[in-house]
Design a binder for this molecule. Structure first.
Ligand code: UDP
Ligand code: MG
Length: 316
């Protein structure tokens, strides 16, 4: 199969029939073998019924139905797992991304040898409240990721060589950073194509301003992970062990000194009267806690793939 088109969607019932007809037109005109994987991310409108109807009309249409709304990244992740095409395209369901771009994206992957090609909505049809923070955001993402040639990390329209999406794990809100994830996994032939962008025709945007807050937090996490892996976690265990050992030695020393005092003519100065004893004890306890915090961190980091256990209710 040439192309898998993965479409994450949340309440996009009006757009789906138009999007499907448009994709079908472009694919047939170029003679591609393809599939469309609609991932219904817990829509509360009739989106799933529409997908069911489309899949009855065409065997190219596949569907995944989440039990609830998990977010765009999980939707992409599950679509990626299912994808069979040599080239995998992602696009938004709201008709803001144009299927007319797909043939050139396909060509760039298969002929120019890119691992990944990201769309660039150079001329956007979004309000200023969105485009200005987006510019700042992209500048930061470029600097942090070291992928200097991308202008539009968040563009929903992207194309990948199949190996790329099979070898990265998109979770949380990481869909914005798939190029960065890909680069970290060793896929560094990353290209960009200026794409046509349209205003939203039906429905409304699913992301508010908090997208930027989440975006920056995720960027920080990714940067940290790609620079240091889970090694920083060892610091907790290391510091914790040192503190515990020092505290333990101090407890013994203070205790022994006091006991010595007690048996040498100072019988009323008990061990527990000494402030040094408490300082030593506190150090020991803090050390144990720090060590445990580090240990929990390591466990979580090692079980990270568990993040992507999503509840799929139905598949077509
Ligand atoms: N989307 C999704 N799950 C969500 C939010 C959004 O699958 O929780 C889909 C949405 O239906 C659309 C795409 O992600 O197909 C992009 O969303 P939207 O158009 O709202 O984002 P914007 O264009 O404003 O960046
Ligand atoms: Mg949109």
């Amino acid at each position: 199969m040439d192309i898998s088109i993965v479409v994450p969607l949340y309440n996009e019932e009006e757009s789906l029939p138009e999007l499907h007809a448009w994709i079908e037109r472009v694919m047939n005109a170029h003679g591609f073998s393809y599939e469309i994987i609609f991932v219904n991310d817990g829509s509360t409108d009739r989106s799933w019924q529409v997908i069911e109807e489309l899949s009855k009309q065409s065997d190219k249409v596949k569907g995944i139905k989440f039990r609830r709304n998990y977010g765009k990244s999980p939707a992409l992740y599950c679509g990626f797992k299912r994808a069979q095409g040599d080239v995998v395209i992602t696009m938004d369901a709201d008709l803001q991304d144009s299927p007319d771009e797909i043939p050139e994206l396909y060509r760039m992957i298969t002929e120019d040898g890119y691992d990944l090609v990201s769309g660039w909505k150079q001329k956007r049809y979004d309000p200023l409240s969105k485009t200005i923070p987006t510019k700042l955001f992209n500048a930061t993402a470029r600097a942090v990721s070291g992928i200097k040639n991308l202008h539009d990390f968040n563009c929903g329209l992207k194309a990948y060589r199949r190996e790329v999406i099979k070898n990265i794990e998109v979770y949380g809100e990481m869909h914005r950073y798939i190029p960065y994830l890909a680069k970290n996994a060793g896929f560094n032939r990353i290209g960009e194509k200026v794409v046509h962008h349209q205003a939203r025709k039906y429905g409304k945007t699913k992301f508010g301003l908090n997208r930027f807050v989440n975006g920056y937090l995720d960027l920080l996490t990714l940067w940290f992970l790609s620079k240091f892996g889970i090694k920083p976690m060892h610091i907790f265990g290391f510091l914790g062990s040192i503190m515990f050992i020092l505290g333990f030695i101090a407890v013994i020393v203070v205790g022994a000194t006091k006991l010595y005092d007690m048996y040498n003519g100072n019988p009323y100065r008990l061990v527990t009267e000494s402030p040094y004893f408490y300082l030593a004890l506190t150090t020991m306890i803090l050390g144990t806690q720090l060590f445990l915090a580090g240990f929990i961190g390591e466990l979580i980091a090692r079980n990270a793939p568990e993040r992507n256990n999503y509840q799929i209710e139905k598949e077509l």
